[in-house]
Write a protein that binds this ligand. Structure first.
Ligand SMILES: *[C@@H]1O[C@H](CO)[C@@H](O)[C@H](O)[C@H]1NC(C)=O
Ligand SMILES: *[C@@H]1O[C@H](CO)[C@@H](O)[C@H](O)[C@H]1NC(C)=O
Ligand SMILES: *[C@@H]1O[C@H](CO)[C@@H](O)[C@H](O)[C@H]1NC(C)=O
Ligand SMILES: *[C@@H]1O[C@H](CO)[C@@H](O)[C@H](O)[C@H]1NC(C)=O
Ligand SMILES: *[C@@H]1O[C@H](CO)[C@@H](O)[C@H](O)[C@H]1NC(C)=O
Ligand SMILES: *[C@@H]1O[C@H](CO)[C@@H](O)[C@H](O)[C@H]1NC(C)=O
Ligand SMILES: *[C@@H]1O[C@H](CO)[C@@H](O)[C@H](O)[C@H]1NC(C)=O
Ligand SMILES: *[C@@H]1O[C@H](CO)[C@@H](O)[C@H](O)[C@H]1NC(C)=O
Length: 846
C-alpha cells in the first residue's frame, strides 16, 4: 500500500466521519422533539416532521401575555388550535423560561424563577421522556426508552377539534373529553362554554353555558345529527362515532378528512357557537362552513315548552298548532320562556281522569304532522319496526304526546313538555303532534276563511285570481293523487292476485304450511346433484342452479350459504312472509327446502337469465332495443314501489344490481333476491345493524359509510342501474378512467354540458325515443344524489318516467367508492356475516 492510497483512504474516512456527524447533528437538532435538558423559549418553535404544525409561544391580542400553543405552520392567517398554559400565562420572559421537560419526566412551562406554570402532571416516574409534535397536530410525551406514549394533547382538548381528535365520554371509566371555549378572543383561559357528547342512545352533541344546556345537535342517525340539516353528510366530512367494537359504554365523536390536504376543524367560539371552519387556500381566508348557533332559535328552549321557533319570522316564536301562550302578557312582551299550553284537552286525558264520564263524549285524538322541524329534546326510543306501528303505539299510550319515525334511528316518542322545537325551511324531520280531534283540520278552515274574506271584501279582481290559482293547484294535486292511487291499485298490485293480498300478517302465522317445502331428494335429482353445468350463476347470497322437476317444470334453486344465528323456524316464517309478496316484476318464490343447516329457495326459472348477460355482452346487447330497455326500467321501478310501499311488509332490497334483474321469455324484468337482506338481518338487534351488505358501485354513500339504509338507498342503486341500462356501461368499468371516477360523474358532466345524448348506448341509435331517454337520464341522476333528501321516492320516479313532469335539476354526485377506499375511512366490515364474503370481496377486491 503506497502513501497515496493511504492518503486517499484517510480522506475518504474523514469525509465519511464528517457526513456522519452532519447526519447526527441534524438528528440532534430535529425540530419536532424536546429532549430532557432542552428548553423551547420565547421566539423558538418546534415543527412537526411534515412541516404541518408548529408549536411555540404566542401572545393573543394586546395582552402582552405569553402562552404555549400549536398552529398550522403553512397557513398565513395564524389561528391557534391548542394552548398548554391556558390559565397561567408567562408575564415576563427570559432565556431560562419556556417549555421544558422536568426532572420527574413531566412536560412543564416554567418562568424565569423556575415556577411551574403548567405541567402534564402525570405521576409515573419515567426514564428520559421526550415530547414530540406530530403531523396530525398532537403534542405527545413519550417514554424515551420504550417509546410508550404517556400523555398527549389530543386527550386534553381546548376549543378546537382537529381531524382524528375525539370528543365524548366513556361511561364505564368516566373518562370525559370536552371542548371548552376561550374566555374571549384574546384570552385563552376557559370561558363559559363547554361542548361534549350526551350519552343518550343514540348520542347527541351539546353545548353548556355555565353548566346549563345552551344548544343541542339533535340525535345522531348514523350519518348526521338530525337537528342540523345544513351540516353536510358524514361521507363528505367523515363525521362519525368511534365504532363501538366491544362495549357500548363509549360515546366518542370524531371526524376524518377524505382529502388530507383540506384544512377543516371544529371550533367552539367564545360566544358558544360550535362552528365547522375551513381554510380556503384560494382566497387566503378561514371560512365558516357551518355555524350551529346561526340564530336565536338555536339557543336551547328559546320559545319555551310547546313553542316553535322560526328564524325567518318576526317574532321568531309561535305556539305549536293547538296551543296558546301560557301568559299573553309575557308572550306579547317578547318573554317566551314560559311557553304555551294546550287549548283543547285531549280526549285521552279526559277519559283517563274521569272514569264516570269516559263513555264517549267527543272523538278520539289524532296527530298533526309538522314538517321540517328540529325535533324537541328528551325523546324516548321505542323499538318498533315501522312508522305505522309507531303511530299506533303512540295513539294507544296516553302519555305519548308526539312521535317521529327517524330514518336511521326509528320510532322516537315524547311524553313531557316539547322543548326546543324549531321550524326549518328545508330538511329536518316530521313530527307528529297529538291533538284533540277538534283541533285537527283547524288550519285548513282558517285558510279557506281568509280566501273567502279576500273575495268578499272586494280586493275583487286580485282576490279572484288568487282564488282561481288555489283552486287550480288543488285540482292539480287531486289529479296527482288519483294517479298515485291508480299505480297502487291496478299497476302495482297484480289484479289477478289481488285476492291474496287480503291476508293480514297475523293470518299468515296461522297457516304456515301454505309454502311448499320441497324434498331434498327431488331438488338433488332436479339439479343433477347441483352439477356445475347446471349452475346459473352466483348471487349475493349463494350459488343458483337450474333444475328440472319430474313433471318437466323448470326451476331455479338458490343455495343459501350458512349463516348462524337464524333458527329454521324463523327462516321458514320469513320465507312465508316473503312468498306472500307477489308482483309481476318480482321473481316468484315457489318454495323452499331445508336440509340440516343447508337452506335452499326455489324460484320460477327465467329463460332469458339475468340482465347483465345481455346488457354487457357485445353481441347480445343489440337484442335490447330502446322499447325493451324502457320497459325493463319501468318494470323494475314498479317492482320496487311494490316492495317499498306494500302495506304489510316494507322490503328494502339492499342489493339491487343488474345481475339481480332476471328476464322472462318476453324480456319482462323481474327483481330477484328481494327480502333476502331481511332474512339475514332478522337476527340482528335493531340498534346495531352496522352490517353492510351490498355490491361495489351500487351502494349509496350513507349506507356504505354509515350503515344507514332506507328505501332511498335502493333508489340510489336504481339510479346506477338505470344509467347502466341506458349507457350499456358498467359503473365500475370507470375505475381506471383518468378523468372520471365513475359512470355517475361521467353522466353528470355530459348532462351538465348539454350532451346527455352521448351517454346513450350506440346500439340504440335507431330505436331510441329522445324524450324517454332524457327523462331516464334525468331520473337516474336524481337517484344518485349524495344527499338522501335530494333523491326522489320510487312512486315519484314512476311519475317522472311516465310523464313530462319536471324534476329538479340534479347536483353533481361526488361520492365514489374510490374516494372511499382512498380515504382509508374503510367500511365497517367487522361484523359482516360470513356468508356475504363474496359480496364484500367484490367491495374490496377491485
Ligand atoms: C422572581 O422572583 C422575584 C422574587 O420573588 C420576583 O421579584 C420576580 O418578579 C420573579 N420573576 C418572575 C419572572 O416571576
Ligand atoms: C396533578 O395530579 C394530581 C393527581 O394525579 C391532582 O391531585 C392534582 O390536582 C394535579 N395538579 C394539577 C395542577 O393539575
Ligand atoms: C429506567 O431504565 C433502567 C435501565 O435502562 C431500568 O432498569 C429501569 O427499570 C427504568 N425505569 C423505568 C421507570 O422505566
Ligand atoms: C385533494 O385536494 C387537493 C387540493 O384541492 C387536490 O389537488 C387533490 O387532487 C385532492 N386529492 C384527492 C385525492 O382528491
Ligand atoms: C375559533 O373561534 C374564535 C372566536 O371565538 C376565533 O378567535 C379563533 O380564531 C377560532 N379558531 C380557529 C382555529 O378558527
Ligand atoms: C320571563 O318570565 C319569567 C316568568 O315566567 C320570569 O321569571 C323571567 O324573569 C322573565 N324574563 C324577563 C327577561 O323578563
Ligand atoms: C268528571 O265528570 C263529572 C260529571 O261529568 C264532572 O262533574 C267532574 O267535574 C269531572 N271531573 C274531572 C276531574 O274532570
Ligand atoms: C306509555 O309511555 C310512557 C312514557 O313513554 C311509558 O313510561 C309507559 O310504559 C308506556 N305505557 C305502555 C303501556 O306502554
Amino acid at each position: 500500500m503506497d502513501t497515496r492510497t493511504i492518503a486517499a483512504y484517510a480522506i475518504l474516512l474523514a469525509l465519511l466521519l464528517l457526513l456522519n456527524s452532519v447526519v447526527e447533528l441534524q438528528k440532534g437538532s430535529a425540530t419536532d422533539t424536546i429532549f430532557q435538558s432542552k428548553t423551547v423559549s420565547v421566539g423558538e418553535t418546534l415543527i412537526s416532521a411534515g412541516q404541518i404544525f408548529e408549536l411555540g409561544f404566542f401572545s393573543p391580542g394586546n395582552s402582552g401575555k405569553q402562552y404555549v400553543g400549536i398552529w398550522y405552520r403553512q397557513i398565513s392567517v395564524r389561528r391557534v388550535v391548542w394552548v398548554a398554559n391556558r390559565e397561567n400565562p408567562l408575564m415576563i420572559t427570559s432565556s431560562t423560561s419556556g417549555l421544558t421537560i422536568g426532572d420527574d419526566g413531566n412536560l412543564l412551562v416554567v418562568d424565569a424563577n423556575h415556577t411551574i406554570l403548567w405541567s402534564t402532571n402525570i405521576s409515573v416516574s419515567v426514564n428520559q421522556s421526550v415530547a414530540v409534535l406530530l403531523d396530525k397536530g398532537s403534542l405527545v410525551l413519550r417514554d424515551g426508552v420504550s417509546g410508550k406514549s404517556l400523555w398527549e394533547s389530543f386527550s386534553h382538548p381546548c376549543d378546537i377539534v382537529l381531524p382524528g381528535m375525539m370528543i365524548g365520554m366513556d361511561t364505564k371509566t368516566g373518562e370525559k373529553l370536552l371542548m371548552s371555549s376561550w374566555k374571549s378572543e384574546d384570552d385563552p383561559s376557559p370561558g363559559k362554554f363547554v361542548a361534549g357528547i350526551a350519552t343518550t342512545k343514540p348520542p347527541e352533541a351539546y353545548v353548556l353555558k355555565d353548566s346549563v344546556l345552551y344548544w343541542r345537535s339533535g340525535l345522531w342517525n348514523g350519518l348526521k345529527f338530525v337537528g342540523m340539516p345544513d351540516l353536510h353528510g358524514a361521507y363528505l366530512n367523515g363525521f362519525n362515532f368511534v365504532p363501538q367494537v366491544q362495549n357500548d359504554d363509549q360515546y366518542f365523536f370524531t371526524f376524518t378528512l377524505f382529502n388530507t390536504s383540506y384544512v377543516r376543524l371544529i371550533n367552539l367560539t367564545s360566544n358558544g357557537a360550535l362552528t365547522f371552519v375551513e381554510w380556503n387556500e384560494g382566497i387566503n381566508e378561514w371560512n365558516t362552513v357551518n355555524n350551529a348557533l346561526d340564530s336565536m332559535c338555536d339557543v336551547y328552549g328559546a320559545c319555551g315548552p310547546f313553542g316553535i321557533c322560526n328564524k325567518n319570522k318576526s317574532p321568531i316564536c309561535s305556539c305549536m298548532t293547538g296551543f296558546v301562550p301560557n301568559s299573553d302578557r309575557e308572550w306579547n312582551g317578547g318573554n317566551w320562556t314560559s311557553g304555551c299550553v294546550r287549548r283543547s284537552e285531549l280526549f285521552c286525558t279526559k277519559s283517563n281522569n274521569n272514569h264516570s264520564s269516559s263513555s264517549g263524549s267527543g272523538k278520539i285524538d289524532g296527530f298533526l304532522k309538522l314538517s321540517a322541524v328540529k325535533l324537541p329534546h328528551l325523546s324516548i326510543y321505542v323499538p318498533l319496526d315501522d312508522e305505522a306501528q309507531c303511530d299506533r303505539w303512540c295513539l294507544n299510550n296516553c302519555s305519548c304526546l308526539a312521535y317521529a319515525y327517524i330514518i336511521g334511528i326509528g320510532c322516537t316518542t315524547w311524553s313531557g313538555d316539547l322543548l326546543d322545537a324549531q321550524q326549518f325551511s328545508l330538511g329536518g324531520e316530521d313530527l307528529f303532534l297529538r291533538l284533540a280531534n277538534s283541533e285537527l283540520g283547524h288550519g285548513k278552515e282558517r285558510a279557506k276563511l281568509i280566501i273567502s274574506l279576500a273575495v268578499i271584501s272586494g280586493v275583487g279582481f286580485l282576490g279572484a285570481i288568487i282564488y282561481g290559482l288555489c283552486k287550480w293547484k288543488a285540482n292539480q294535486r287531486g289529479k296527482q293523487k288519483k294517479r298515485n292511487n291508480h299505480f297502487h291499485f291496478s299497476d302495482i298490485f297484480n289484479p289477478t292476485r289481488a285476492g291474496q293480498h287480503g291476508n293480514s300478517r297475523s293470518d299468515m302465522r296461522h297457516q304456515p304450511s301454505e309454502l311448499p317445502i320441497f324434498d331434498l331428494e327431488k331438488i338433488v335429482a332436479a339439479t343433477k346433484k347441483f352439477n356445475t353445468n347446471n349452475k346459473l350463476g352466483e348471487g349475493g347470497f349463494g350459488p343458483v342452479f337450474k333444475g328440472e322437476m319430474e313433471d318437466g317444470r323448470e326451476i331455479a334453486v338458490k343455495k343459501l350459504s350458512r349463516c348462524s344465528g337464524q333458527g329454521i323456524e324463523e327462516f321458514k316464517n320469513e320465507i312465508i312472509l316473503i312468498s306472500k309478496l307477489q308482483h309481476k316484476n318480482l321473481v316468484q318464490l315457489l318454495g323452499c327446502c331445508i336440509d340440516g343447516e343447508e337452506l335452499m329457495i326455489v324460484y320460477e326459472y327465467m329463460p332469458n337469465r339475468s340482465l347483465d348477460t345481455l346488457l354487457f355482452d357485445s353481441k347480445r346487447r343489440a337484442q335490447l332495443d330502446w322499447a325493451k330497455r324502457f320497459n325493463i326500467i319501468c318494470g323494475i321501478a314498479k317492482g320496487l314501489v311494490y316492495l317499498h310501499y306494500d302495506s304489510r311488509l316494507k322490503i328494502i332490497h339492499r342489493d339491487l344490481k343488474v345481475s339481480n334483474i332476471l328476464l322472462d321469455k318476453d324480456m319482462n324484468p323481474k327483481i330477484s333476491d328481494f327480502g333476502l337482506a331481511r332474512i339475514f338481518q332478522a337476527t340482528q338487534e335493531q340498534a346495531n345493524t352496522h352490517r353492510v351488505v351490498g355490491t361495489f358501485g351500487y351502494m349509496s354513500p350513507e349506507y356504505a359509510l354509515g350503515g344507514v339504509f332506507s328505501e332511498k338507498s335502493d333508489v340510489f342503486s336504481f339510479g346506477v342501474l338505470l344509467l347502466e341500462i341506458v349507457s350499456g356501461k358498467k359503473n365500475t368499468s370507470f375505475q381506471n378512467h383518468e378523468k372520471h371516477l365513475s359512470l355517475l360523474s361521467y353522466a353528470w358532466q355530459l348532462w351538465n354540458e348539454g350532451r346527455a345524448l352521448d351517454l346513450m348506448d350506440q346500439v340504440l341509435a335507431d330505436s331510441f325515443s329522445l324524450s324517454e331517454l332524457m327523462r331516464c337520464i334525468h331520473v337516474g341522476l336524481l337517484c344518485v344524489q349524495d344527499q338522501v333528501a335530494d333523491r326522489p321516492t320510487m312512486p315519484a320516479i314512476i311519475l317522472m318516467l311516465s310523464s313530462e313532469t319536471d324534476g329538479p335539476q340534479p347536483k353533481q354526485p361526488t361520492f365514489t367508492f374510490r374516494s372511499l377506499l382512498d380515504s382509508g375511512l374503510g367500511l365497517q366490515s367487522d361484523n359482516i356475516c360470513s356468508m356475504n364474503e363474496d359480496i364484500v370481496s367484490t367491495v374490496y377486491g377491485r
